[in-house]
Each structure stands twice: as structure tokens, then as C-alpha cells.
Write a protein that binds this ligand. Structure first.
Ligand SMILES: [Zn+2]
Ligand SMILES: [Zn+2]
Length: 405
């Protein structure tokens, strides 16, 4: 299903693709077990401590991935002491996403060949489902893997140890630890279900959203050279990894969001560890390059908008506008930046409410002629999204010859 799309894009077929049965069976079984667990032990039938443990496991394992697997090991965005590296390797093991080495090599392929349906392991061009989790079901030989740097990973004893004992570590920390902790509050089964199974689904699917949704929905303020996007909801779900457009532009930056207001708890934890002297060598992109990206993208967007401003339709004078209104007295007509818009069909959809549009709609006061000039918008439309602006352009029926009435 997905490979046919890949063929269309690249004209080639991924070699050595076969079902990865052990992965597929494990993945499906954990989902089924989690759903059954929630059915038999819903939140109101387990100890609150088990639910809290589930939340903590989700968050901690997530940071093992975002701070450890991703920023530290895949991108070398900072250096960390052996103790921190061990802790991150353990937390990452809890996430059940493969060893650091396995994960990083594929992630490096993703950055090097972003969107390439053959060489990007979770290419967004192969569809949302494939990039989210479909790729996990296939065992593939990545022919370009030999071009990816791995010496740094092979030199690190923590990575080597975790790679060798990954399955054992994951099972012990991910599955055995929650019920053992649950014994402390006499709810081992509830802890296993919520911190061993359910939390796993949260960890998996939130991380996977970075591969799928962060290449599908969101803004591209830094670059539109690939499909990566910035998405606040994703940032909230993934310890700050949702600002994916910045990350693809500056992958070695220890931050996912460079600005203070960017939601990026992983960045804040790295900064805290830095102040404690546990990590060093934080890498950041040059500010001038970040600003350059922002300006370039904005300029490009403005020129696209300017191009779509060209008008090849009719041009009305005020008498024609008045006549249109008289012929369609019930229609809601607006004047926006020099264009006449008939928004009658759209008025109920307006996110800002229909009353607002009606209030500013064009009407003729019998005693004073035109009701007034305040109904005309100029530039006041700037806060709307690009989609809203595009929608407004579609509702134009004429350009007004001279906007002042
Ligand atoms: Zn990506
Ligand atoms: Zn990355």
C-alpha cells in the first residue's frame, strides 16, 4: 500500500522490505493488553498512586527519548556526564523504542534524507499512518545506513551496554518495575496496567506524532524546504519536541524552540542540568542564522501573498456597488482592503461570529446614503490565518475603484 506511493515518488522500491513479525506482534499485543487492562481496571478502580506512576513513567521515558536518544545522542547537542548518560539510557529503555544505537541511526537517516520515501525511515511522503507507526512493522535494509556516522555511538560504553542488554533492560524497567513499585501501595496489577501498559501507549504515540503530525500539521516559520512543521499541541505532548520546523532547520541546537515562550521542557531540563554542572557544551544555532531564516520565510510568504493579490475580475465604481446591494438587499457585503466581498454563504462559519460580520456589512441608510465608512477594513485583517485570508480572497466579487466613499 505504502510502497506503491513510494514508487510513484522515486520510481524505485525499498529493497529488503519484509514484515518484522516480532515487532508487529509485540506492538499489537501491548495495545490489546492495555485496552483490556483499562476495561478491567478503569481509573476509578485503581489506587491514585498507580495513575500518578503511569503519568510519571510517561513523562520520564519521554524525556529519556527527547533529551537522551534525540538531542544528546542523535544530534550531539550537548555533552553529559556518565551518570546522566546512564540515567537517560535507562529512561529511554522504558520507552520501548529500540536501543539508542538503533534509534539514532534511523533518526540520522531521517534528517539526512527527510521526506525521501526510500531513505527516510519514516518519510512523511509515504502517508500519515506509515510515518506514524507503519514503518515499525517492516524490517528494512537501509542501503544508505553505511553513510551515516556511528563512530561516536560505538565509542560510548553506555550506548554499547544499553544496545547489548536492551531487551532485558526494557522488560525489567518497563514491565517489571511498575508492579514492584505498586506493591508499596498494594496495587501491583493497577500499576502494571497503568504504568506498564497504558503509559507505553502514551509514550509511543506521542513520540510517533513527531514523525507523523509534525510533518503534516503546523506552521513553517523557519523553512519550507521539507515537510517539518511547528505544532504547539505536539510540543505539549512530547516534552517540547513539537517545534519540529525549527529542529529540522537547526538539528544540532539543544533547544527545540529558541524563544523563551516556546514550550520546551526538555530544553529547560537540559539548562537545569547545565547549571548543576552535569552537562556541558550546549550547542545553539547562530542567532543571525535563525533571524535570517525567519525573515527569508516571511519574505517568501509575503511575495506569494502579493502574487495572489493580483485581480483579474471586474472593477466596480460606487454606483455599481450600490446597485449590487439594491439587487441583493439581504446579502452580507463587506469591503476589505479595496475589494467587495459577498460573505452571505460564509457568515455562519465565521469563527469570530456572524454578528461581527453583520455589524461591518455594507448597508445604505435611507437618510444619509451610505451608512458610513467605518465598515471598511484596512489591514485590520492581519491577525487572521493564511487560510482565512485565502478564504476571504475567494469571496471577492469585485475590486472597488477608489476605496474611499
Ligand atoms: Zn522530522
Ligand atoms: Zn532530530
Amino acid at each position: 500500500m505504502h510502497s506503491s506511493k513510494a514508487q510513484q515518488v522515486s520510481g524505485a522500491r525499498p529493497e529488503g522490505t519484509r514484515i518484522w513479525w516480532s515487532n508487529a506482534v509485540f506492538f499489537v499485543c501491548v495495545h490489546m493488553a492495555a485496552f483490556m487492562g483499562v476495561y478491567y481496571r478503569p481509573p476509578w478502580l485503581v489506587k491514585p498512586a498507580s495513575l500518578v506512576l503511569g503519568f510519571l513513567v510517561w513523562q520520564l521515558a519521554d524525556f529519556g527519548i527527547t533529551i537522551g536518544y534525540h538531542r544528546l545522542y542523535s544530534h550531539k547537542a550537548f555533552r553529559a556526564t556518565t551518570g546522566v548518560r546512564i540515567m537517560l539510557a535507562m529512561l529511554g529503555s522504558v520507552a520501548f523504542q529500540g536501543s539508542i544505537k538503533w534509534w539514532c541511526l534511523r533518526h540520522r537517516l531521517h534528517h539526512r534524507y527527510t521526506d525521501d520515501p526510500i531513505h527516510d525511515p519514516y518519510a512523511a511522503t509515504r502517508g500519515l499512518l506509515y510515518s506514524h507507526m507503519g514503518w515499525i512493522f517492516f524490517k528494512r535494509n537501509y542501503e544508505r545506513l553505511s553513510l551515516i556516522e556511528k563512530d561516536d555511538l560505538e565509542r560510548d560504553p553506555v550506548v554499547q551496554f544499553q544496545h547489548k542488554y536492551y531487551v532485558f533492560l526494557a522488560l525489567i524497567l518497563g514491565f517489571a518495575m511498575p508492579p514492584l513499585l505498586g506493591l508499596l501501595w498494594n496495587d501491583p496489577l493497577g500499576s502494571f496496567i497503568w504504568a506498564g501498559l497504558v503509559s507505553r501507549l502514551f509514550i509511543w504515540h506521542c513520540t510517533f506524532l513527531v514523525n507523523s503530525l509534525a510533518h503534516k500539521n503546523g506552521l513553517q516559520p523557519y523553512s519550507d524546504e521539507d515537510s517539518s512543521r511547528g505544532n504547539l499541541i505536539l510540543a505539549l505532548l512530547t516534552g517540547g519536541e513539537g517545534n519540529h520546523n525549527f529542529h529540522h532547520s537547526f538539528p544540532n541546537d539543544f533547544r527545540s524552540g529558541p524563544f523563551k515562550l516556546d514550550w520546551d521542557p526538555s530544553k529547560w531540563i537540559i539548562l537545569a542540568l547545565y547549571r548543576m554542572g552535569l552537562v556541558s557544551g550546549l550547542r545553539t544555532a547562530r542567532e543571525v542564522d535563525i533571524v535570517d531564516c525567519l525573515l527569508y520565510t516571511q519574505k517568501k510568504r509575503d511575495s506569494i501573498d502579493a502574487a495572489t493579490e493580483r485581480w483579474e475580475g471586474v472593477i466596480w465604481d460606487h454606483a455599481q456597488l450600490r446597485r449590487y446591494h439594491q439587487e441583493n438587499p439581504l446579502n452580507c457585503i463587506l469591503l476589505l482592503d479595496g475589494f467587495v466581498l459577498d460573505v452571505t454563504q460564509y457568515i455562519r462559519e465565521h469563527p469570530g461570529g456572524s454578528a461581527l460580520l453583520k455589524n461591518y456589512s455594507f448597508s445604505i441608510d435611507k437618510t444619509r446614503g451610505f451608512k458610513g465608512v467605518q465598515w471598511e477594513f484596512h489591514g485590520g485583517f492581519n491577525n487572521h490565518s493564511r487560510t482565512a485570508k485565502k478564504r476571504a480572497r475567494e469571496m471577492r466579487i469585485a475590486k472597488l475603484d477608489g476605496t474611499c466613499i
